[in-house]
Design a protein around this ligand. Sequence first.
Ligand code: SAM
Length: 187
Amino acid sequence: MLQNALQFSHTLLKEVITDYDHVVDATMGNGNDTLFLAEAVKPNGQVYAFDIQEQALLKTKQRLVEQGLAEQTKLIWDGHEHLANYLTENEPIKAAIFNLGYLPKSDKTIITLPTTTKQALDILLYHLTRKGRILIVSYYGHTGGEEELDMINKYCQKLPQEQYNILRYQFINQKNQPPILFCIEKK
Ligand code: SAM
């Protein structure tokens, strides 16, 4: 069976992450990607995970502690647009993931936004190492989702082919707007 967007995002991350890498979860939520990244970089790497909602940090911290993965993870209660404040000037980032939209079973008005998502992407591209990858899982069924998807599409299409490979992965015969996956790979 073909992998869905979430599964394939992890496959693409797994291919490049080693246990020495520094990586970013730009939208921590309930911590699924944070846990996956912490497992992938242990014991020598570092995960930076961001969310603007305290409940995301509390839930993710609990799960990390339960699984013995807290040590290599920094949970940051701040927007990903402020990422640069938490990295050193030339800190290499091997991979990052965004799960856009709102936190499932939570306040649907607290969503990721095109402007701040773009700011975070700009910062990440500066820090991304060669062969590094940024994964973006774009949900667009909610109010504001289409605008963000449009921004991501345009942003990715403008990146020069000489420097980046860009993949868009999407099921085109499924109902209910399944998420679309983008992968930005630095050559
Ligand atoms: N990957 C998560 C998981 O495993 O549960 C799901 C993420 S959820 C779709 C999107 C998350 O992005 C929400 O928890 C929301 O609070 C967060 N968010 C919204 N704006 C943000 C921002 N500017 N910076 C960081 N996180 C943000």
